[in-house]
Design a protein around this ligand. Structure first.
Ligand SMILES: Cc1cc2nc3c(=O)[nH]c(=O)nc-3n(C[C@H](O)[C@H](O)[C@H](O)COP(=O)(O)OP(=O)(O)OC[C@H]3O[C@@H](n4cnc5c(N)ncnc54)[C@H](O)[C@@H]3O)c2cc1C
Length: 384
């Protein structure tokens, strides 16, 4: 068993770390100021420039196949890069990526949707959740009915990330009589979006489809096979959620250690108190555990193995870990932790989402337990 990285992998990790420290972290005060003033966290032009700069160093299309100009660094490096980027709360990601399910498109769909998304010319959003169907995604009510060579979509989606900015949506609707189907629908085909304010700094949107007419050629994949595509979309990113959270938790723990070493109470620094030391120790133990569960899930994906069970474990553990760590870090900072002087309260609100989206804690537990009870996953076999 070899836990080391190759020289090249180490170089990539170090280059990303220094890019994040030199180019992204200096934007943090501005992000906090913007958000407090109700402005977008970061100017889109700044993101574009940063992405262009990163592209020159080869950081573009981290997970995108080489035939589409990407770096195709694979799941393990993608997870490690996400850990590095997660060290800052600036909402930044490298460019050159597109939703995995767009690769299932026809050549024409790839030209119209996949390639412009990779190039950053178009923005997508993924819409399955509805007011009456979240965890119970098989219960969606949005309908598509055939009318000549077109489908007419009616229904409502909710909590759609990027729904206010996207210019096309991968929307899941029940196409009678075939079943759930994914449609690529341009905004100018007539769907409307309404932002939903949330406790995090960025908000998703509600989407309304009222007699939206979509040509037959805009079906992504096969009629009636939409649910498989939806699970593929959700499944691919599952280990990336804890990966990013690990970076955030580690950075915050560093802040807590620094603060504990200088903050004095009752004649000594709080780092001298066991109550504080235990919070620090427990946090590192949990971060390390999350790191290895996440990398194990990523390794399974890279080996072409079934990674669903491992990804559920990593997502559940990472989401809970991040919320426990941010809570302890806030506690160690006392009243200062609760202020907007520091970014901890922002992380506290942001990380809460991790226990809800892309499968709640309860749904991950349900999946893990069902896999074990039904024998889809076995206990105690390392390496299989
Ligand atoms: C900020 C944000 C961004 C999002 N982005 C997107 C997006 O881009 N696209 C998209 O399609 N969706 C998105 N979602 C939706 C998200 O995936 C759902 O909110 C999530 O799946 C939970 O669904 P729900 O909110 O309807 O809760 P519900 O499913 O109603 O769950 C309510 C509670 O009941 C529990 N519960 C439900 N069923 C069971 C069960 N069988 N066993 C035990 N407990 C259960 C849940 O765990 C939860 O605690 C986003 C949500 C948020 C908040």
């Amino acid at each position: 068993m070899d836990f080391s990285l190759s020289t090249e992998e180490r170089q990539i990790r170090d280059t990303v770390r220094s890019f994040v420290e030199k180019e992204i972290m200096p934007l943090e005060p501005e992000v906090l100021r913007n958000e407090r003033a109700g402005r977008p966290a970061i100017d889109p032009d700044v993101v574009r420039d940063l992405r262009a700069k990163a592209r020159k160093s080869g950081f573009w299309g981290i997970n995108t196949p080489e035939e589409y100009g990407g770096a195709a660094l694979g799941p393990i490096m993608s997870a490690i890069i996400a850990m590095e980027i997660g060290r800052t709360f600036v909402p930044f990601s490298f460019g050159g990526s597109a939703d995995n399910i767009l690769y299932a498109g026809t050549d024409e769909q790839k030209q119209r949707y996949l390639i412009p998304t990779i190039e950053g010319e178009r923005r997508s959003c993924f819409a399955i959740t509805e007011p009456g169907a979240g965890s119970d995604a098989r219960n969606i009510r949005t309908r598509a009915t055939r009318d000549g060579g077109e489908w007419v979509i009616n229904g409502e989606k909710t909590f759609i990330t990027g729904g206010s900015e996207a210019d096309f949506v991968m929307v899941f609707a029940v196409a009678e009589p075939y079943g759930a189907t994914c449609f690529l629908v341009d905004r100018d085909m007539g769907w409307k979006s309404e932002p939903i304010p949330t406790m995090g700094e960025w908000g998703p949107a509600a989407l309304v489809f009222q007699d939206v007419r979509v040509p037959e050629e805009n079906i992504l994949g096969e009629l009636g096979k939409g649910f498989d595509l939806a699970m593929q979309w959700i499944g691919q990113g599952r280990y990336m959620i804890p990966a990013r959270a690990i970076g955030s938790a580690e950075r915050m723990l560093g802040m807590a250690i620094d603060y504990a070493k200088i903050r004095k109470s009752m004649g000594q620094t709080i780092s001298e108190y066991q109550a504080i030391q235990w919070m620090i120790a427990d946090s590192q133990v949990e971060i390390e555990a999350a790191k290895w569960l996440t990398l194990y899930a990523a390794w399974r994906v890279s080996e072409g193995m079934d990674a669903r069970h491992a990804s559920s474990i990593a997502k559940l553990n990472g989401a809970v870990m991040a919320n426990q760590v941010v809570d302890r870090v806030l506690q160690i900072h006392g009243g200062m932790g609760y202020t907007k002087e520091l970014p901890i309260e922002r992380w506290y609100r942001e990380l809460r989402l991790l226990r809800i989206f892309e499968g709640t804690d309860e749904i991950q537990r349900r999946t893990i337990a069902r896999n074990l009870i039904k024998g889809h996953a076995r206990l105690g076999l390392i390496g299989e």
